[in-house]
Design a protein around this ligand. Structure first.
Ligand code: FES
Length: 581
């Protein structure tokens, strides 16, 4: 145990005792209603109350095993002398939720924040899996800042089809292009449905879920090994139990999130994201999370810290293996050890187990160097997320270098513009669409305000006539996001977005666009006078009529600010002064 941790449990009154420790009418109410579940009176007499924040839902298949997982967490809490109380929060299923789960990330984070703050708990275990369930829980909990520990649900076993590995999402994008180009029959395509997702767990490529589970571990917010243990491996349940034990000690030590989520922790996460070839979605989620704990973090940090960082992990969509292979090769500790030995880790960053991150990983073994490469002989050089700027994206845009085609990273070509995703789908299969392999496909109005919710549609499928010619990649630019499982020379998150009046709104088909990723440049080659006249003709899209979408569009920040709400940035702590009766 780190000497820096102060053991305060002997003198500190537990937060839950403000409810359960009362000897008055309100104390009666707080305890008596809870007793209808059969809890003996002594449980209310000063045990750390551990909230288990559960995103279980049958509509979030990646988190469908979380009721069982929560039982293992509870075992651990009981073993350590705590009192576990499980509570549900809004669950965001990436595969089902329309129009995009990202529209509800901030809503779920508000649910988490208020559920934690308003209830009698001393510490929290966050059960996270499918893409948005991780950032929403981290963000909500961070705004309360109780002792908190993360536990991911774990990836699915590798998909298997026709004797080969088949990765979540990545395989869908590949096979659907093969169907469109006539290389695969629709019957074969649909037969793959049952072969891709064959066990509990979240996507098993290095998509957003695996990326964010890795970020949780790299930030120090989970026990070591959290990211890669498959959901169905018994060791996932063991980790759940150990997590339950650990949160009780964290409450006793008053080890809060704000002590873990430091600037150094975020820098470790950014470098780890480069090293694993992680999702571009991590950029938005990490900036939003940093905003909740008051750590200054901006888009340029990703380029500065990730610049020159190698990709060490040979995993889809940047490579060939899957999360199950990553676990057998040593998991994230093996990557973090390489980063630490290569000078890419703040070794002293504190983690939830009370140890520094370096103490956790310095002896981590690697069992397969084709999966986890060494720092000096990486899987790919210079693989961090690049931040582009220029007349087309004055506030920045991002590109995942490790998933792009090297020959397209410097490219100049004419724009083929789609005004919306509906416009794109209406025209992309048209054989007379004036597009060739040198064209730059531009998609507008898919940003935070424009979609609304910033959908994962930036990796536009290629025109069938080019697929048949054997074209496998083209430069694509949008204000959208892209699934972490996707790949290609895809420029994303252009800021300001089209719906906010960014230059993207002013692009016309035929305009020349220059992408120079090595120089971090994204230019719209149109003179200022022409742009001014186009700007005069532009008007913003109408506000949604009512409800959540209206609130969202009125308050969402741009992608380079994390797409959080303007009124959610920051923290309110966990204090609630008023009783409820
Ligand atoms: Fe849930 Fe991919 S759909 S993690």
């Amino acid at each position: 145990m780190s000497a820096s941790l102060q053991r305060t449990h002997a003198s500190r009154k537990l937060r839950s005792q403000e409810w359960f420790g009362r000897q008055d009418r309100d104390g009666f109410i707080y305890r008596s209603w809870m007793k209808n579940q059969g809890w003996p009176h002594d449980l209310f007499e000063g045990r750390p109350v551990i909230g288990i924040c559960n995103t279980w839902s049958e509509l979030t298949p990646c988190n469908g095993h979380f009721r069982e997982l929560a039982e293992f967490v509870k075992r651990g809490v009981w073993q350590a002398g705590g009192f576990p109380l499980e509570f549900p929060v809004m669950s965001l299923g990436e595969s089902q939720l329309r129009p995009t789960a990202m529209l509800f990330r901030n809503l779920a984070s508000m649910d988490v924040e208020e559920s934690i703050r308003g209830n009698p708990m001393d510490g929290v275990v966050l059960l996270m899996g499918c893409d948005k369930t991780t950032p929403s829980l981290l963000m909500g909990a961070a705004s309360c800042d109780l002792p908190t520990i993360g536990l991911s649900g774990g990836p699915m076993l590798s998909g298997k089809f026709h004797g080969c590995d088949l990765g979540s999402g990545t395989g869908v994008w590949q096979m659907s292009e093969q169907v469109r180009s006539g290389q695969m029959t629709r019957e074969e395509f649909f037969a793959a449905e049952s072969c891709m997702h064959r066990s509990k767990g979240h996507c098993m490529t290095m998509g957003t879920a695996s990326t964010m589970a890795s970020m949780v571990e790299a930030l120090g917010m989970s026990l070591p090994g959290n990211a890669a243990i498959p959901a169905v491996d018994a060791r996932r349940n063991t980790l759940a139990q150990l997590t339950g034990r650990r949160i009780v000690q964290m409450v006793n030590d008053d080890l809060r999130m704000s002590r873990i989520l430091t600037r150094e922790a975020f820098e470790n996460a950014i470098r780890a994201n480069a090293a694993i070839g992680g999702s571009t979605n991590a950029v938005i989620h990490l900036i939003a999370l940093a905003g909740r704990v008051g750590v200054p973090l901006c888009l340029d940090d990703f380029d500065r810290l990730g610049n020159g960082m190698p990709c060490l992990l040979n995993i889809q969509p940047s490579g060939k293996y899957l999360m199950e292979d990553f676990f057998y090769a040593g998991g994230l500790p093996a990557v973090l050890r390489e980063l630490g030995e290569g000078g890419g880790l703040h070794r002293d960053a504190l983690t939830v187990n009370g140890e520094t991150i370096w103490a956790n990983v310095k002896d981590a073994p690697c069992w397969n160097r084709d999966v986890v490469h060494i720092f000096k002989q990486p899987f790919k050089e210079n693989a961090g997320i690049a931040v582009l700027r220029g007349s087309l994206a004055p506030d920045g845009a991002v590109i995942k270098i490790s998933a792009a085609s090297p020959h397209l990273l410097r490219h100049r070509g004419p724009a083929v513009v789609f005004e919306s995703i509906e416009d794109f789908y209406a025209r992309i299969n048209d054989e007379s669409l004036p597009v060739d392999e040198n064209s730059v496909m531009v998609l507008k109005n898919c940003g935070p305000r424009g979609y609304p919710g910033m959908a994962e549609v930036g990796n536009m499928p290629l025109p069938p006539k080019l697929l048949r010619k054997g074209v496998a990649d083209m430069v694509r630019i949008s204000d959208a996001r892209m699934s972490g499982t996707a790949y290609g020379t895809v420029v994303l998150h252009a800021c300001p977005e089209a719906a906010a009046g960014g230059p993207l709104a002013l692009v016309h088909s035929g305009d020349t666009i220059t992408l120079d990723a090595p120089k971090r440049l994204l230019q719209l080659e149109v003179d200022e006078r022409t742009l001014a006249s186009r700007r005069a003709q532009w008007s913003p899209p109408p506000l949604p009529a009512r409800g959540w979408e209206r609130l969202y569009v009125q308050h969402v920040l741009q992608a380079h600010q994390g797409a959080d709400f303007d009124f959610l940035v920051g923290s309110s702590g966990a204090k609630v002064a008023r009783d409820s009766h």
